[in-house]
Design a protein around this ligand. Structure first.
Ligand SMILES: C[S@@+](CC[C@H](N)C(=O)[O-])C[C@H]1O[C@@H](n2cnc3c(N)ncnc32)[C@H](O)[C@@H]1O
Length: 204
């Protein structure tokens, strides 16, 4: 945390937008964002698979950040930058149409109705995701909570800026990379559901 994090930590600009391409050298061909990366297993595995992509990871849980740093060091990954705070602050400063793919995998379900506003995929954050995602960019979603799945589908389908890409399925997509939370859910006998959306609009 003391040595590696400062070298790859994303610092918010005091004014204006953050150019995500400027965080990497050489410049990546695309920018992918993972929100709530947990222990970072998925983020690190994606970064290893796609060395020409620049990855932004947001996670506020300090043990999760430490775990990601361990993966980065072990795999010698140079294409991940970390935002160790609330992902919404990062979304606020990313430029319009700057993200080519986004992952929100097994977000906290916040099952109680009075906490529904805290569910990440919902009426407040979907417009922000739409703002930062390029036309045709994919938003990959998964959850093991059936009610949350219904909630996310309801709000995503209500958005005029996203079109369904892969309908909710018990089968992960072909290129799926497992997450730590998913493995725990499967071991406990819960049934994850996987789905994705595509940002509408003209390809840039
Ligand atoms: C249930 S865990 C899933 C972690 C990981 N995606 C996985 O599948 O193993 C949800 C994670 O999202 C993180 N999280 C929730 N809201 C967040 C936010 N606004 N910004 C960044 N991380 C957030 C939590 O700290 C937690 O680690």
């Amino acid at each position: 945390m003391e040595d590696l994090l400062p070298a790859i930590q994303i610092t918010l600009p005091t004014k204006g937008a953050l150019d995500p391409y400027g965080l990497f050298s050489p410049q990546p061909r695309a920018i992918w964002l993972e929100i709530g990366f947990g222990g970072g297993e998925h983020l690190a595995a994606q970064a290893l698979r796609h060395p020409d992509v620049g990855f932004l990871g947001a996670e506020a849980f300090v043990n999760g950040i430490a775990s990601l740093l361990d993966h980065i060091e072990r795999e010698n990954l140079s294409n991940i930058r970390v935002f160790p705070e609330d992902a919404r602050l990062l979304l606020d400063v990313l430029p319009v149409a700057s993200i080519n793919r986004c992952f929100v995998l097994f977000p906290d379900p916040w099952p109680k109705a009075r906490h529904a506003a805290r569910r990440f995929i919902g009426p407040e954050n979907i417009p922000q995701l739409a703002r930062v995602m390029r036309a045709d960019a994919e938003l990959h979603l998964a959850t093991d909570d059936a009610k949350l799945a219904d909630w996310m589908v309801e709000y995503m389908n209500a958005s005029t800026e996203f079109a369904p890409r892969l309908k909710p399925s018990a089968q992960p997509p072909a290129d799926w990379v497992p997450t730590r939370y998913e493995q725990k859910a499967l071991k406990a006998g819960r049934k994850p559901v996987y789905f994705s959306y595509q940002r509408k609009g003209e390809s840039l």
